[in-house]
Design a protein around this ligand. Structure first.
Ligand code: SF4
Length: 349
């Protein structure tokens, strides 16, 4: 038997090439695109406007589904739902569906594990296993749409992994969402979250894909940020801030600065001042995130010292920012009971 290839993840241009190679008319590529990325079918036999023998041929040559839903857990307190998928290489990844007032956000993973070791993060503790393909990134959305009854309105690339260290597959998945043919979601509703890979932020700006960017900031001071996120040694705060300023300017988007509140580390008065001055320079908003303790994972070193800032202190911090006209959102600790912080559930597998 011939080795089957993956078809999910191919861009419209690649599907056109594939149809050309097979001597098929060009419109077949658009039909394939629609079935895979709009109608989200899981079987070639559902592609009803393709001739039966062509469906059988594709079935013999290609794999359509890249992920298998293995488990799903809903939070007792809110509607957050975590999905665990198994890849065809038998790795486990997770996605989270997060309903909010008038939108439903899906958080997708881009890698199995992560090569970075942000000290507040469970995925970092697991190490890096592999990059996800564009098909596997897309299929988290495809599956979540089916499970949620087509309710997903926004996507954040914020699950396991650093999207910009899996640059090609991240960009390819974005390019699928950016196609005019794609109905469900547009790049305006997609945010790529990065720990700060400055040269790749610049490269993303040059692709012309105008998704939003979130930078995991967590401190405005290099020495503290390096302790929280060792990648800061390689790409400094200045390099990353210059890169996101360029990105905001080039794409006309606002940057989100993610800020996880760590007691005594980044919740001081000098941190407020530095954040205010940063927000004045770059079109942005600040996303304040309460810290989920990692104690149950027995972290060592600096990670073991991390404690959450109290709720009252967070409120005080946010009020100070708002008094200085900084746009601030406070993220709920949604789904704490199902370990919604990235990577915590997949690690159990
Ligand atoms: S926060 Fe993101 S980039 Fe940092 S270790 Fe976790 S998964 Fe990787």
């Amino acid at each position: 038997m011939m080795n089957k290839k993956f078809i999910k993840g191919l861009s419209l241009a690649e599907l056109k090439e594939l149809c050309e190679e097979k001597g098929l008319p060009k419109f077949r590529s658009e039909q394939l695109f629609n079935w895979m990325y709009n109608y989200l079918v899981t079987d070639f036999d559902e592609m009803l406007n393709l001739p039966k023998d062509l469906r059988s041929q594709f079935n013999e040559e290609y794999i359509l589904n890249t992920l298998e839903l293995t488990d799903s857990k809903s939070s007792k307190y809110d509607n957050t739902r975590k999905l665990i998928f198994k890849t065809t290489s038998n790795h486990f990844i997770e996605s989270v569906i997060i309903p909010d007032k008038n939108r439903v956000t899906l958080c997708v993973s881009t890698q199995v594990g992560c090569p970075l070791d942000c000290q507040f993060c469970a995925t970092g503790l697991m190490g890096y296993k592999k990059n996800l393909t564009a098909g596997e990134i897309f299929d988290q959305y495809g599956n979540a749409q089916r499970i949620s009854g087509n309710e997903i309105t926004n996507i954040v690339y914020m699950g396991m992994g650093e999207p910009l260290l899996n640059f090609d597959n991240t960009v390819k998945s974005l390019s699928i969402f950016s196609e005019e043919l794609t109905k469900g979601i547009s790049l305006k509703k997609i945010t790529v979250s990065t720990a700060g890979i400055a040269p790749k932020i610049l490269e993303l700006a040059e692709t012309g894909l105008k998704c939003k960017i979130a930078l995991s900031l967590h401190s405005c001071f290099d020495d503290i940020r390096t302790k929280i996120m060792p990648i800061n040694k390689k790409y400094s705060l200045k390099e990353n801030l210059d890169a996101v300023a360029f990105y905001a300017n080039k794409t006309g988007t606002r940057i989100t600065f993610e800020y996880i509140m760590l007691k005594g580390i980044n919740d001081r008065i000098e941190d407020v001042k530095a954040l205010v001055s940063l927000a004045k320079k770059i079109p942005s908003k600040v996303n304040i995130i309460p810290f989920n303790s990692l104690e149950h994972m027995n972290p060592s070193g600096f990670a073991s010292e991390l404690q959450p800032t109290s709720k009252s202190k967070i409120d005080e911090f946010v009020d100070r920012l708002r008094d200085n006209n900084v746009t601030v959102l406070i993220r709920d600790t949604q789904g704490e009971d199902i370990a919604a912080a990235c990577g915590q559930l997949a690690i159990k597998y």
